[in-house]
Design a protein around this ligand. Structure first.
Ligand code: ZN
Length: 199
């Protein structure tokens, strides 16, 4: 079943979500929710979806970067973003254990800020501990786009949106992004937008 995705301004997106117990994770209700969130993410389409985005303040997110979608993107864009297919996986009660000092800026959108996009600096590499849908523990080191997706989803679980971290001068509607900014080198885009990277 496809779920309704809530938009910025809904209070649930600003709440710190509550962790799930091991028993809850394997319950029929949460297993059904995971299936529905997967279907909702595919349908959107998106590369990640957090439970608060479907109105539930729970520490649960789904992630998948599908090869079918990447096939349609330019190879140099994929290389620059270190973007590779990520198989579907479930992230419960995640904690970022460590992250690289090095951060990178790329345009990022959100299904709960529909129709907009902005440059967001994110750590290039993160190590995340979490439980999966079988309540099994993982410590995952993610790089590039996968690291970005995880940081974005974990922000959601802590009441954050990319708007809190974005380079404000880069905020754009998707239509204007496609018209003016999409195909250009990042350094040139940042210079023209007057984005200052020291922070
Ligand atoms: Zn989002």
């Amino acid at each position: 079943m496809r779920l309704k995705i809530v938009q910025a301004g809904d209070p649930v997106l600003r709440q710190v979500a509550r962790p799930l117990s091991l028993k809850e994770i394997i319950s029929a209700d949460i297993q059904r929710l995971i299936r529905d969130m997967r279907e909702t993410m595919h349908d959107a389409p998106g590369v990640g979806l957090a439970a608060p985005q479907v109105g539930l303040s729970l520490q649960l997110a789904v992630v998948e970067d599908r090869a079918e979608i990447l096939r349609d993107l330019p190879a140099e864009q994929l290389a620059e973003r270190e973007r590779k297919p990520v198989p579907f996986h479930v992230v419960v009660n995640p904690v970022i254990r460590s992250q690289s000092d090095e951060s990178v800026d790329f345009f990022e959108g959100c299904l709960s800020v529909n129709g907009f996009i902005a440059l967001v600096p994110r750590a290039k590499t993160v190590t995340v501990e979490f439980l999966d849908e079988r309540a099994e523990h993982h410590a995952l080191q993610a790089v590039g786009w996968h690291a970005r997706i995880l940081q974005h989803e974990i922000d959601h679980l802590n009441g954050g949106l990319y708007l809190d971290r974005m380079r404000t001068r880069s905020f754009s509607c998707v239509e204007n992004f496609n018209r003016h900014w999409t195909a250009r080198p990042m350094a040139e885009v940042m210079a023209e937008l007057g984005v200052r990277t020291e922070r």
